[in-house]
Design a protein around this ligand. Structure first.
Ligand code: GAL
Length: 675
């Protein structure tokens, strides 16, 4: 199916614009347009929370203000992502139709207030949303300023109302057909939890059932399905009037819904990036942001949009730290070099009231453009113009894949074993991603579904794949047999897609691939130390969880435990299987240790590095098109030693072969030619 694409030759720079909060200040609206031009803003998202103004009473619509806003933006050369307002509903709707409000896990219906506080199942809510969406699409779907539909806002959270309960029961009937089948696959004999009528099944709640992981998994799947069909209905309401692409703004490491499913409902992937900046090293926080960027790019193997970020600080982190000098440009370009076609902010102008009045914005309450933030934002706008050639060049596919799967994540978050509170596999995936990033290796991040083609990659990394979804073991086995290389870590291949433990040898279906059998899982107290000694001579510490395989037949032992009762037991192995290679690491280790592990793996699995010189500590490099970004994410100045001088595309300065890069700063050089 051909998906609509954004028609724009430029990288977008802009963000959420809420003129509806300023309609009584035409002077400010006028100033906005001029200052947007000054900051090189070329696209804004409008109308995300405007429903009470667009439809002040049921069936009474008011578009005059929006007509004027969009026309004037267009006249100033600024494009529009036009939002549907389904992220927050007007008070009249909650008053008249209480069913639209969300019900929490205690089965208590919420009152009007907040946002994202509605039931995605409610037929009334869906009907009201479709009506306003249709009106918006009819009126603006062909406006030359409008380039993209921004559906809702940050879909998230679960509802537990009777409508959802009924729909869940129907969804279960469709999936299992008989209660016997459901009872079997939910392991219903445990604690006498068999159901004898579909109507007995409540959504999982602390007031009832929260101790059945299979059921919780299904509720997460069901809620994902409800959200996907909600988005689909919004898109379908728009389609008769507009063929423009649609997006939903996704979030950081978000586990409520499976984004792989939602991605199928939209044409363009976009997400909101709010890293926890510090004054010291930002390597970890930005490496995590970059894993999210890679995940978003991998959802469609296509450029995505960073549709929100803060131009300075946020107001909801535990510590709301300002970005230090240079960091705004650097963090923005990390997104662009990861595949984002935009740098967009929340928000253009700070409101005077509401809970976000002190969240960072391009325009402060001072209303002045001679501020540090405005200068930083203008610098980014300028950089995006200089780098606009990146937009036209096709993104290259990475050759290394990290498998990160939401269903596996749900299973790990519900499992009761190991190190409680530390079983989230995304944390393990982050460590691998950061290690690879520090080593200059670019990767994709995809799930276990059939849409992921392992054969496209030279190296497939399986960090803590506790759940092997259906056939994943067979796909992995065939990938390695046919010459692929895989690296798997502990606590993998244990449960099936119903979250039921596989019977027989573990890891399920791949024990012979890795040459290890039935590992026993241990958890370590923080003060405990178990070290691994690698065949290369280094010792690295294990942490949190580790496994002791019952039997190791892998042909090459790359590391052994050197302390505790497991002394000399293999913990890092390589097995030649078919035409491929299978590496296994039985202990969880930190990022620093993983770098050592990867350097060993790369001896057998050559991977391309972004630059042809070693990256100093805390320095990362990303390439896109014909350019490479080099960024210092550490707390101090770093000396970069390249193999030849280069010029910086951002400043135009000539960089010597060795040059000092200050903390938080970046340069963009011509990409090295491989081969
Ligand atoms: C996002 C949200 C925006 C705004 C922003 C503040 O999650 O989509 O509307 O609230 O956070 O950081």
């Amino acid at each position: 199916m051909l998906m609509p694409k954004i028609s724009s030759p430029v990288l977008w720079h802009g963000g959420d614009y809420n003129p509806d909060q300023w309609l009584d200040r035409p002077d400010i609206l006028e100033q906005d347009l001029l200052l947007m031009q000054k900051a090189h803003v070329n696209c804004v998202s409008v109308g995300i929370f405007s429903w009470s103004l667009l439809e002040p009473e049921e069936g009474v619509f008011n578009f005059a203000w929006l007509d004027s806003v969009i026309d004037r933006l267009y006249a100033h050369g600024i494009s529009v992502c036009l939002a549907t307002p389904s992220g927050a509903r007007p008070a009249w709707m909650a008053e008249k139709y209480p069913e639209v409000m969300r019900t929490d896990a205690q089965f208590v219906r919420r009152r009007f207030g907040g946002r994202h506080n509605h039931c995605l199942t409610s037929p009334v809510y869906r009907e009201k949303v479709k009506r306003i969406d249709g009106r918006l699409a009819e009126r603006y779907g062909k406006h030359p300023a409008v380039k993209l539909w921004h559906i809702g806002n940050e879909f998230g959270g679960y509802c537990y109302c009777d409508l959802c309960k009924k729909a869940f029961q129907e969804w279960l009937k469709e999936k299992y057909t008989t209660l016997d089948e459901l009872n079997r696959r939910w392991w219903g004999a445990f604690w006498s939890h068999r159901y004898s009528r579909w109507e007995q099944i409540d959504p999982p709640s602390p007031l009832g059932e929260t101790s059945n992981p299979s059921m919780q998994l299904d509720y997460a799947r069901f809620m994902t399905a409800q959200c996907a069909s909600f988005i689909r209905e919004e898109r379908e309401a728009i389609r008769p009037f507009s063929s423009l692409p649609v997006t939903v703004n996704m979030m950081w490491d978000f586990a409520d819904y499976d984004y792989h499913t939602l991605a199928k409902e939209v044409d363009v992937i976009s997400w909101d990036a709010y890293p926890y900046f510090t004054g010291a090293s930002n390597l970890k926080t930005l490496a995590e942001a970059c894993m999210n960027h890679d995940f978003m790019r991998s959802l469609k193997d296509a450029p995505f949009l960073m549709i929100e970020s803060s131009p300075s600080k946020v107001n909801w982190h535990p510590v709301n730290h300002l970005k230090r000098p240079g960091m705004h440009l650097t963090s923005s370009l990390l997104a662009v070099f990861s595949g984002s076609d935009s740098v967009m902010y929340f928000q253009w102008r700070k409101g005077r009231g509401g809970s976000e009045a002190f969240h960072g914005a391009v325009m402060d309450h001072s209303g002045r453009d001679d501020t540090r933030v405005f200068r930083d934002v203008t610098e980014v706008g300028d950089a995006l113009i200089r780098l606009s050639d990146l937009k036209a060049q096709p993104l290259e596919k990475a050759k290394v894949l990290i498998v990160s799967d939401t269903e596996n994540r749900w299973a790990c978050l519900n499992v009761q074993t190991g190190y409680q509170g530390k079983m989230d596999p995304i944390l393990e995936a982050h460590r691998h991603h950061q290690a690879l990033m520090e080593l200059g290796v670019r990767c994709d991040v995809k799930d276990m579904s059939e849409d992921t083609h392992l054969e496209d990659y030279d190296l497939v990394i399986c960090p803590q794949l506790f759940m092997y979804r259906e056939h994943f073991d067979k796909r992995l086995e065939s990938y390695v047999r046919n010459g692929g290389c895989v690296f798997q870590t502990c606590f993998s291949g244990i449960v099936d897609g119903d979250d039921l433990a596989y019977l027989g040898t573990a890891p399920h279906g791949t024990a012979q691939v890795f040459g290890i059998r039935d590992p026993e899982l241990d958890a370590l107290y923080p003060e405990e130390t178990i070290t691994l000694r690698l065949a290369t001579g280094e010792s690295i510490p294990a942490m949190e969880i580790c496994e002791y395989p019952e039997d190791v037949t892998a042909d090459t032992v790359l590391g052994v435990y050197e302390t505790d009762f497991c002394q000399s037991l293999p913990c890092f192995t390589l097995n030649h299987y078919g035409a491929g290679l299978a590496f296994y690491l039985a202990a969880r280790v930190d990022t620093e240790a993983l770098k050592t592990v990867y350097e060993r793996i790369f001896r057998d699995v050559p991977v391309e590095r972004t630059v042809d010189f070693p990256l100093p500590k805390d320095v990362v490099a990303l390439s896109r098109g014909a350019s490479t970004l080099i960024a210092n994410l550490g707390a101090g100045t770093r000396l970069i030693k390249m193999t030849s001088p280069a010029s910086d595309r951002l400043s135009g300065a000539l960089l010597n072969e060795s040059f000092a890069l200050e903390s938080g700063r970046c340069v963009v050089i011509a990409r090295k030619q491989n081969g």
